[in-house]
Design a protein around this ligand. Structure first.
Ligand code: GUN
Length: 288
């Protein structure tokens, strides 16, 4: 079997068209959606992500503001910017790009963002609401994965779903969403004893490990749906400098029924769902 490729760019383009219309309708009512992005330090990957988020805002008519701080900024300075943005009626979403430099208590920063503007869904209150099955904001990457599965008509009820990775950003919220969709969910991580035993049982396999090409075709059940969240830059070999996922695409594609590529799979969906959360937040502010 050669898997069908799930095109995140195409789905994003469709979704962004309707987001553009929603943003224009809000703007016409005097409530143009606004997103503030905070970047601390000079991490090159974070700089690229932030640039792409700002560009995407412009393309769908969402107002954006970027606040950049040098790596040695005292945390109080960032916290006071967050407090000002919490109180700013033009801003409906606040995103603090992670990771933060070591002098920062990451949780303290995430908790400082108003839960009503936490479009990343990282505030403890929003994580709690998601765990209760009553989400306010769903973290953008797992939200994007669920949208891809929905758009493709993948049913999750009673399915074996295996999530590889237990991060707060992807693995944990992903597992909660899959439970909410009535899948039977297994979460694997770096201490899992026999990873392949678990991955081979997966009808739906979500890979969010951050290790290039770690999941190979022999670890995949024939006909499985494979979602690759990894974005890794190859350091050596003939493809050095190129992006690749956590899944070895060439071998996995011969076994799976559906698979996401890297780049062009989950990546664009993450930014699309950030726009969706920001517009949803503006809808709430406008009393819709
Ligand atoms: N760093 C890596 N992924 C993300 C994300 O989804 N949001 C934020 N704020 N930082 C990240």
């Amino acid at each position: 079997m050669t898997a069908k490729i799930l095109d995140g760019n195409a789905l994003s383009a469709t979704l962004r068209q309707s987001l553009h219309e929603r943003a224009a309708a809000l703007a016409a009512q005097g409530c143009r959606p606004g997103l503030a992005v905070i970047l601390v330090g000079e991490n090159p990957a974070s700089q690229v992500y932030v640039r792409n988020k700002i560009k995407a805002c412009e393309a769908v008519g969402v107002h954006s503001e970027k606040y950049e701080f040098p790596a040695d900024t005292p945390p109080e300075k960032v916290l006071s910017r967050i407090a000002a943005l919490n109180a700013d009626p033009k801003i409906h979403g606040i995103l603090v790009q992670l990771p933060l430099p070591p002098q920062f208590d990451e949780n303290a920063v995430l908790e400082a963002v108003s839960p009503e503007k936490d479009v990343d869904g990282f505030h403890a209150e929003n994580v709690g609401l998601l765990a209760q099955g009553n989400p306010r904001f769903i973290s953008c990457t797992p939200y994007g994965v669920m949208e891809m599965l929905r758009a493709e008509g993948v049913s999750l009820r009673g399915k074996e779903a295996v999530v590889v990775g237990r991060s707060n950003i992807v693995g944990k919220p992903m597992a909660l969403l899959l439970i909410g969709a009535s899948a039977t969910v297994t979460v694997c991580h770096s201490q899992t004893r026999d990873l392949a035993f678990h991955t081979r049982r997966a009808d739906v396999l979500i890979c969010a490990i951050g290790k290039p090409k770690m999941i190979t075709g022999d670890m995949i059940k024939p006909g499985a749906v494979v979602i690759d969240v990894g974005i890794n830059r190859l350091q050596t070999g003939p493809d050095a400098g190129k992006l690749c996922g956590d899944v070895d695409f060439a071998s996995a594609r011969e076994v799976a029924s559906l698979i996401t590529p890297v780049p062009g799979g989950v990546g664009p969906m993450t930014i699309t769902m950030l726009l969706a959360n920001t517009i949803e937040s503006a809808d709430r502010a406008a009393g819709k």
